[in-house]
Design a protein. Structure first.
Length: 340
């Protein structure tokens, strides 16, 4: 059942993707805002309480509905799983930016690529050279693919096999969303109006735990379908360097492992400058140029070739081969359960 639920969800999402601003996203923001506003009193225990309400309650509701539908008719529970996966899993929620930036670079329009990158990640990218644009597109795309596809797939598959239906997909996506949303609100709002440091710490810690195994499974998948020896070597020897200068994200340690494996799998040199968000302190003139110069020595020591537009196509191939790999494994597990 899990295999078919994922397959139908991916097919529907490819044919009719959710709009970037949809009611599910709006409802998630309202729920996260409500939890922080009513429960975040600035102390660690309040931070964990707010996180539990924001993440555990939607997951529990999803589970209760699944069990109720299963009691009526397993087919209804299957449809419910497909629906939940449709709103939590898929490429089309972020791939349009990747495609537009790649097309702009193919056309030689680097200014348009910088604008699109800035819009996508809300960062300052006006001074980025071409290779750094490609580098950041690769890094952000790999992380987005993991969080929107492979991480959701992993948590859904495990908990569904234990009888928890699509609750794992909701748990994973909500864990990632609230950590990112509360961090974003704290940077974009005036002091005192965003999430407290205690709430951000709780959300970040919880997200690191939730993503610990999925990040490593995704990295392993990239190694299997890419250059295995190079990916494992980069994972073992360079993951910490990636963690220190990973793109703006919630949990850099997990991200560092994923980016290191990606670097080795497609033989591309990642770990460039860390872009500054538009909501942080003003970016001084030459900020990016100074960061590039400062990292030149460290970057040269990294494995792989300088990022080029051709690497974007390699990343697309890597991701889709990984999807096929995990779908085949999920199909085998589903078949084993049916036969057993």
């Amino acid at each position: 059942m899990s295999f078919f639920a994922v397959l139908f969800a991916l097919l529907i999402e490819q044919a009719r993707p959710l709009a970037r601003s949809n009611w599910i996203h709006s409802a998630s923001k309202q729920w996260a805002r409500c939890a922080s506003r009513n429960l975040d009193a600035g102390k660690p225990q309040h931070g964990w309480l707010a996180w539990s309400v924001a993440v555990a309650v939607p997951s529990a509701v999803t589970l209760m509905i699944h069990w109720a539908l299963w009691a009526v008719n397993p087919l209804l529970a299957f449809v419910w799983s497909v629906g939940i996966l449709y709103v939590t899993l898929g490429f089309r929620q972020f791939s349009h930016y990747f495609t537009d930036i790649r097309d702009a670079l193919d056309d030689g329009d680097e200014d348009a690529a910088r604008v699109l990158l800035a819009q996508w990640q809300q960062v300052e990218a006006s001074e980025l050279p071409r290779s750094e644009i490609v580098r950041h597109v690769i890094e952000y795309s790999v992380l987005a693919a993991h969080r929107h596809v492979f991480g959701v797939l992993g948590w859904f598959s495990v908990l569904a096999a234990l009888g928890f239906g699509p609750a794992g997909a909701v748990l994973y996506r909500m864990s990632e969303f609230v950590a990112r949303y509360w961090r974003y609100k704290s940077k974009s709002l005036a002091a005192g109006e965003g999430a407290s440091p205690a709430l951000q710490a709780a959300a970040s810690t919880a997200w690191g735990v939730v993503d610990f195994v999925p990040a490593r499974m995704t990295a392993l998948g990239f190694a299997v379908v890419g250059s295995f020896e190079d990916a494992i070597d980069a994972w073992r020897n360079y993951a910490q360097r990636f963690s220190n200068d990973a793109p703006v994200s919630v949990d850099n340690h997990n991200d560092g492992i994923l980016l290191a494996a990606t670097s080795g799998a497609v033989n591309v040199r990642l770990r460039g400058v860390v872009l500054q968000t538009k909501f942080g302190p003003g970016v001084s003139a030459g900020f990016l140029a100074a960061r590039i110069t400062a990292l030149d020595g460290a970057t040269d020591a990294m494995p792989g070739r300088e990022p080029q537009v051709a690497h974007l196509r390699s990343i697309v191939g890597l991701v889709w081969r990984s999807v096929v790999l995990w779908m085949v494994l999920l199909a085998l597990l589903t078949l084993a359960r049916l036969l057993g």
